[in-house]
Ligand binder design. Structure first.
Ligand code: NAD
Length: 346
């Protein structure tokens, strides 16, 4: 079976491409290569005979029609998105165009294509989304698939809108859709402007490590390879029309996460210890959500998915990867606004 994966040159998309190829799928990676897309994420599999890369933009309907006609995929996994909350506050237009209009274009291209494939009932459109669509939690409770939508940033609002479009195309046109909403991912190849790479790279450079507000904001962390495994299970066995929350039950306050990474760095690079002297509290960003937490009960009960690593082990692997792969991250610091953004996090 051939899967069309959008956004496959990004952080999560590249992990999904790698895993899908390892499972024997043929993969077409459709990616516009924005500032966040990086073909170096796929160096190890680029020559795989089951893999093909197509540079195309989901805002371009004609290009999408061509790709569906030429590739005839049996499934779509839609990850292409503008994904950085801070950028969505500075410039929301690109988020509306890619996350909302781009998703609409992809749904329309998939709808025109799906009836003509060999077994239309086996076709799947899997939309990959975030728990940020549910808004913020207080100290108690977790997001379930029945939690009401309450997005609060331009990023989460456009992702929420795209979730609604996908559900509507399932209900109205019968397109076999599945959705998943995951918590914050971390792991190798995450773009340097996101929180965990910012902490690691600033600590290595001896720069201040910015922590928003009082540091008590809480995120639920999911190792990217565990997410990729969950996504393939949702694609293969998820029920059409249904959504699945994906999380590893690994809540950490931002300040505790930063202190954990600093302590690990003290062990690995004792000459620069203590790294926590670099922690610098910065003013909170507007509308910052206090706490996210996922209840992964449905995906555990219905699909049997469980995370394979603890958050401590996943963070150690991630740290080790950034220490060993400076030739991957160093060139990215020159990209559009990234150097400046190392002063922030997300
Ligand atoms: P990323 O920013 O690392 O990658 C996004 C990819 O999409 C890039 O390769 C980029 O080139 C591509 N892209 C952007 N606009 C495009 C367009 N118009 N046409 C074609 N390609 C385009 O993002 P990520 O962190 O890997 O996230 C992937 C998906 O997972 C997103 O949909 C995001 O909303 C969702 N998600 C991410 C997280 C997280 O913690 N990173 C958590 C939950 C859900």
């Amino acid at each position: 079976m051939k899967i069309l994966i959008t956004g496959g040159a990004g952080f999560i998309g590249s992990a999904v491409v790698r895993l899908a190829l390892a499972r024997g799928y043929r993969v077409v990676n459709l990616d516009a290569l924005t500032y966040a897309g990086n073909l170096a994420n796929l160096d190890d599999i680029a020559a795989d005979p089951g893999y093909r890369f197509v540079q195309a933009d989901i805002r371009d309907r004609a290009a999408l029609a061509r790709v569906f006609a030429e590739e005839v995929p049996g499934a779509v996994m839609h990850l292409a998105a503008e994904s950085h909350v801070d950028r969505s506050i500075d410039g929301p237009a690109a988020f509306v165009e890619t996350n909302l209009v781009g998703t609409f274009n992809l749904l329309e291209a998939a709808r025109a294509h799906w009836q003509g494939v060999g077994r239309p009932e086996a076709f799947r459109f899997h939309h990959i989304s975030t728990d940020e669509v549910f808004g913020a939690l207080g100290p108690e409770g977790r997001f379930t698939e029945d939690t009401g939508y309450d997005p609060r940033s331009p990023y989460s609002a456009t992702k929420a809108g795209s979730d609604h479009l996908v559900r509507a195309w399932g209900a109205t046109y019968g397109l076999p859709v599945v959705l998943s909403n995951s918590s914050n991912n971390y792991g190798p190849r995450q773009f340097p402007e996101k929180l965990i790479p910012v902490v690691i790279l600033n600590a290595l450079a001896g720069r201040p490590i910015p922590v928003y507000g009082d540091g008590a904001d809480t995120r639920d962390w999911l190792f990217v390879e565990d997410h990729a495994e969950a996504l393939l299970q949702v694609l293969e066995r998820g029920e059409p029309g249904r959504s699945y929350n994906i999380g590893a039950e690994a809540e950490l306050r931002n300040i505790d996460l930063v202190r954990f990474l600093c302590a690990e760095l003290d062990r690995l690079c004792p000459e620069a210890a203590p790294h926590d002297r670099l922690i610098a509290f910065v003013p909170d960003r507007p509308g910052h959500d206090r706490r996210y937490a996922i209840d992964p009960g449905r995906i555990a009960a219905e699909l049997g998915w469980r995370p394979s690593v603890s958050v401590e082990e996943g963070l150690r692997r991630t740290l080790r990867w950034y220490l060993d792969n400076e030739d991957w991250w160093r060139p990215l610091l020159q990209r559009d606004g990234v150097g400046r953004r190392l002063g922030a996090g997300a």
